[in-house]
Ligand binder design. Structure first.
Ligand code: DX5
Ligand code: ZN
Length: 212
């Protein structure tokens, strides 16, 4: 199984100071910076587009991890790749042909992830797992930070790990010391955390806690 990676979600950070956030994350030991892109259609909320990533990129050493919670991911791929994205993950439930979107992401020189919401069975993404670099198993309903972890998702993580022993499996939502341990035991290796990291007094210690 690949090494554990911590991806810091900026969604619940101080959005008036993204440069400060980027530098805090760089100093914390978290390897990735997670951008939650919401379009007001796939989910109710609207967050930020590729121009925000482009603005943060020069101030960060982190690997840029983009999570598209949008209905039409194919419209966003090139914009985010040009802005400096390195991993682009889209939802299996969005209005797209997943195979085409994965090809588009790879064509832009990025790694491709496919995401499933908590209630979406893993069976639907089996045909795409080989082509994708990462599977994102959502551990909360997409849309907001600060929600509680849904334990029923653990079986899905185990199923994906069985099918893809070498791939990155990302989890997103409700991560803290305890839930991170559970999902890692189930097979996840990329831990997205927002609230837990940005509320912590010592972000470095919180990052270590997610790996412990
Ligand atoms: C939810 C987002 C998550 C969220 C995680 O739609 O995809 O990335 O920021 O936030 P916490 O860690 O607060 O649950
Ligand atoms: Zn996310």
């Amino acid at each position: 199984m690949p090494d554990t990676i911590i991806s810091a979600s900026i969604l619940n950070s101080d959005l008036s100071d993204l440069r400060g956030t980027a530098s805090k994350v760089d100093g914390s030991g978290a390897e990735w910076l997670h951008f939650d892109v919401m379009d007001g259609e796939f989910v109710d909320n609207i967050t930020f587009g590729s121009s925000v990533l482009a603005a943060v990129k020069p101030h960060s050493r982190a690997f840029m991890d983009v999570h598209l919670m949008v209905m039409h991911p194919q419209k966003q791929v090139k914009l985010f790749a040009d802005a400096g994205a390195q991993m682009i993950t889209f939802h299996a439930e969005s209005d797209c042909d997943p195979k085409e979107v994965i090809e588009m992401i790879h064509g832009c020189g990025c790694r491709a992830g496919i995401a499933v919401k908590p209630k979406t069975p893993v069976s639907g993404i089996v045909p795409y797992i080989t082509d994708a670099d990462m599977v994102l198993v959502m551990t909360v309903e997409p849309g907001y930070g600060g929600q509680g972890f849904i334990p029923e998702t653990l079986d899905k993580i185990r199923d994906v790990r069985r099918m893809a022993p070498e791939k990155d499996i990302e989890v997103d939502g409700g991560m803290n010391r305890e839930t991170s341990k559970l999902v890692r035991e189930a097979g996840a290796n990329v831990i997205v955390a927002g609230t837990f990291l940005f509320r912590a007094e010592d972000m470095g210690a919180a990052v270590s806690g997610l790996r412990a």
